[in-house]
Design a protein around this ligand. Structure first.
Ligand SMILES: [Zn+2]
Ligand SMILES: [Zn+2]
Length: 396
């Protein structure tokens, strides 16, 4: 059925593009995906699936119960867009000012609907259950965490879960798989250096927190290079500094906010501890006080190695071994990690880079776009993965 699978997914192409463009033209931000959620629900109902709506506000879950008992496999798509003005002059550009699907989540939704269409046409051949999870708010809102908390992985209990993300660093037609570590924990720290304000011309009568902040910045950048094992990965970036009101006033305090990325809890703990030690040491050396706050973000995204192998095996059958590559972990984050904390599964990348079509811009760029030829391919990859996991023997 390998050839006919390809034929079937190719035949869906026009329909997949239409869905993707409809969503693309009407982007909605996290937890506000009302229209997108309605579109998803209507299709799932049309396909005869059991549908649960309003999970995590706008999330939708579809379920296909096979005729014969078996395992339960889930696939997940995110539905939210970003607060960006689309710049690319395409006929399907965003119709909503200040909002744009600049991360390809519109494509993720379309592909999952394609998989639903495929399996709903052959319900009698499904053994076990297939669950479709459409979640809100991947972009910082942690919709995945809320979906898990609200039982997305229960009733029936999910045995394995898979998700993909389009990937502008990999050529269209290829699939990338993380062997184990995929993406980083995305934590945030806030350091406040508390000095004593005064006149800029009389620094000896104040305690200048701006000077202390300068030392702090220089010093925390030695943490990754000197305290962390070079074999491990870590990032510290200060993205925001606030302090001061005028050129001739020494302010009372300076606040620095940054992101901390790690791929293991050991490195994460080390970074958390060392940043505070540096803040304390710098403040102390200037006779100042400090406040430190560390806020945990998305957890590390860790694939189950067996499930990664399954993805590689299943996709290789469709596009050949040479088109399935191992991708190195990256320091971005993904809230699919919340699902992977609970059940084994794998997150994989669907190549989206096409120089001729100009789908070469990074995520969250106002020029980002998806090569729509990969939509049927994504459907095919999911069908193959589900077929392999549930041992349906539909495709070869
Ligand atoms: Zn994104
Ligand atoms: Zn994304």
């Amino acid at each position: 059925m390998g050839d006919s699978l390809k034929k079937q997914t190719d035949e869906m192409k026009g329909w997949l593009i239409e869905i993707r463009r409809t969503i693309h033209m009407h982007p909605e931000l996290g937890f506000e995906e009302v229209e997108t959620s309605k579109l998803v629900m209507e299709w799932l109902e049309k396909f005869g699936l059991q549908v649960k709506k309003g999970v995590a506000t706008t999330g939708v879950i579809g379920l296909l119960q096979g005729k014969k008992p078996g395992k339960t496999v889930a696939i997940r798509a995110d539905m939210d867009a970003l607060p960006i003005d689309e710049v690319r002059p395409v006929p399907y550009a965003s119709k909503i000012k200040g909002k744009m699907h600049a991360c390809g989540h519109d494509a993720h939704v379309a592909m999952l609907l394609g998989v639903a269409r495929f399996f709903s046409s052959i319900p009698d051949q499904v053994k076990g259950n297939i669950k479709w999870i459409f979640q809100p708010a991947e972009e910082g809102g942690g919709g995945g965490r809320v979906m898990v908390e609200e039982g997305a992985l229960e009733n029936p209990k999910v045995d394995a879960i898979f998700a993909t993300h389009v990937f502008p660093l990999l050529s269209a037609g290829k699939v990338g798989v993380y062997e184990r570590e995929g993406l980083a924990a995305t934590d945030r720290f806030t350091v406040k250096i508390i000095g004593k304000g005064g006149h800029g011309a009389f620094p000896h009568l104040s305690k200048d927190p701006i000077l202390a902040a300068g030392h702090f910045i220089t010093q925390i950048h030695s943490i990754v290079s000197r305290d962390i094992n070079p074999q491990d990965s870590a990032v510290i970036t200060i993205g925001k500094i606030s302090g001061g009101t005028a050129f001739n006033i020494i302010p009372d305090e300076v606040e620095l906010v940054g992101t901390v990325r790690s791929l293991t809890t050991q490195v994460q703990g080390e970074l958390k501890k060392r940043i505070e030690e540096v803040a304390r040491g710098v403040a102390q050396s200037f006779g100042m006080d400090y406040r430190y706050d560390f806020e945990y973000g998305y957890p590390m995204l860790i694939n189950d190695p067996e499930m990664s192998k399954l993805v590689a095996r299943a996709c290789s059958r469709g596009i050949g071994k040479e088109n399935v590559v191992v991708v190195k972990p990256a320091m971005g984050g993904e809230d699919f990690s919340y699902y992977l904390e609970k059940v084994p599964g794998a997150f994989f990348r669907l190549g989206n880079r096409n120089e001729a079509k100009g789908t070469i811009y990074p995520y969250h760029s106002s020029l980002f776009d998806v090569d729509e030829d990969i939509l049927p391919l994504g459907v095919e990859m999911f069908v193959r993965i589900i077929d392999e996991y549930l041992e349906l023997g539909l495709v070869d």
